[in-house]
Design a protein around this ligand. Structure first.
Ligand SMILES: *Cc1c(COP(=O)(O)O)cnc(C)c1O
Length: 438
């Protein structure tokens, strides 16, 4: 494997040095710093469709899509128009406005089991609020989380497994008190027996079981239908709420997200990313009886100065309307493009004699650069894969293909990608794999 390439151009490098004096590692969210692939981060200058131009004027095909929101590609005309028009009407009201209703109607009318939503400004906030609501509704404190699922950065969700199978979590970040992690029970994914045992023992103390619709923040780890069914059945049996965190999968896998994919009804669902069309929006929702426990109707407090922000609502509504237009054919298109990329990458790996996996659900892909079956739990992921990924990442950047700067992050295909771009990407992989692992 060859050494690390220089990834950033001179102008990017200069911006990075300036940024590092002012912001930790020069970034406002850690994975952007390229720490796990090496090299310096590339500064975006502008973006359109499936491409962006960096600060040095170089063009890249983008497979990050702002980490999921940009299912229509960068600067989609419908979104830009909605943002421009609504911004001219005022950027924030802190009071009700029709644009909130428009997005709420789109969401509630699209997702069959949703009766009400509340908007917040990020996925983290959506999850925090949904967990608080579940605790308020059930009068219980404990929650169950699965190793390898990411639910934003609330204290009690930044937990790692202790020793043993079903354990109360220990903080995975400095600054998280043992006491907040101590209400979170951690389990491995894909282990029905462990989950059943835990529910038998603690089920009546558990407010909520939370899982990513399809775990996509630590590799892509699709779970079996039977595992998801067991979650549903056991939660119902013990009066715990099942929270589907659909911050990535909501409106990505189709109109009704992972819940639709599995054919189950969670009690609460959280959204982010796509629902804001590239603006900061999160949402959580469920049945009316549960949602009406929120303040000011009920005792569960949750608020936000910029919640339901009119510009963000307009962007989200424009994105959802575009997705839903023409019978939702955009999702079919994304399936076609995703499948083409999957097939192309599989062929490249096979051609170069690597037994690696390409995991895909719709327009979400993940490269498991390890032999053997594709991982389904966080524990299955081979740590050597990250090193292989770093080499591949740099070689692809040299060829104008921008993947997420972390082996554990997925590839997002957008509706602005097309066959020619996918084929160009596959050709770049062919060269990169030969060069790095040759
Ligand atoms: C991104 C993400 C979050 C956190 O959303 P932010 O908007 O980054 O706060 C929560 N859950 C899942 C599944 C996510 O992918």
């Amino acid at each position: 494997q060859r050494g690390m390439a220089v990834t950033a151009g001179p102008r990017s490098s200069e911006l990075y040095a300036r940024a590092c004096r002012l912001m930790p590692a020069g970034v406002n969210s850690p994975v952007r710093a390229f720490a796990s692939v090496g090299g310096e981060p590339i500064f975006y200058d502008r973006a359109s469709g499936c491409r962006f131009t960096d600060a040095d004027g170089r063009e890249f095909i983008d497979y990050v899509g702002s980490w999921g929101p940009l299912i229509l590609g960068h600067a989609h005309p419908a979104v830009i128009e909605a943002v421009t028009i609504s911004a001219a009407d005022g950027t924030s009201f802190g009071a009700p406005c029709a644009r909130e209703i428009e997005l709420a109607e789109l969401v509630v009318d699209t997702v069959p089991f949703l009766e009400m939503v509340r908007f917040v400004s990020s996925g983290t906030e959506a999850v925090m609020s949904a967990v608080r609501l579940a605790r308020g509704v059930t009068g219980r404190d404990a929650i169950v989380k699965f190793t390898g699922c990411y639910h934003g950065h609330a204290d009690y969700l930044l937990v790692a497994a202790g020793s043993g199978l079903a354990t109360f979590g220990t903080p995975s970040s400095a600054g998280v008190p043992e006491s907040s992690a101590g209400h979170t029970l951690l389990l491995p994914l894909d282990d029905e027996a462990a989950f059943r045992r835990l529910m038998t023992k603690h089920g009546d103390e558990i407010a909520a079981v939370i899982i990513e619709g399809i775990p996509a923040n630590n590799g892509l780890l699709p779970q079996s239908e039977s595992f998801v069914d067991v979650l549903r059945t056991e939660c119902t049996r013990h009066g715990a709420m099942l929270i589907f965190d659909e911050v990535i999968t909501g409106f990505r896998l189709g109109p009704d997200g992972a819940a639709g994919h599995y054919g189950i009804e969670p009690d609460l669902v959280t959204y982010g990313k796509i629902i804001g069309g590239g603006m900061p929006v999160g949402a959580y929702g469920g049945k009316r009886a549960h949602m009406e426990r929120l303040a000011p109707l009920g005792p569960v407090y949750q608020a936000g100065t910029l919640s339901g922000n009119p510009v963000a609502m307009a962007a989200g509504a424009a994105a959802l309307r575009t997705l839903l237009a023409d019978g939702g054919s955009t999702w079919d298109r994304l399936e076609t493009l995703g499948a083409r990329l999957e097939t192309g990458l599989r062929e490249v790996f096979t051609k170069h004699d690597h037994q690696w996996s390409v995991v895909r659900r719709g327009s979400i892909l993940w490269l498991a650069l390890q032999d053997g079956p594709a991982p389904v739990t966080a524990e299955d992921i081979d740590t050597g894969a990250a090193e292989r990924y770093a080499g591949l990442h740099a070689a692809l950047l040299e060829r104008g293909v921008y993947l997420a700067p972390s082996a554990y992050e997925v590839i997002f295909v957008s509706a602005a990608h097309d066959e020619a771009v996918i084929d160009q990407t596959v050709a770049a992989f062919d060269e990169a794999v030969a060069e790095v692992f040759g």
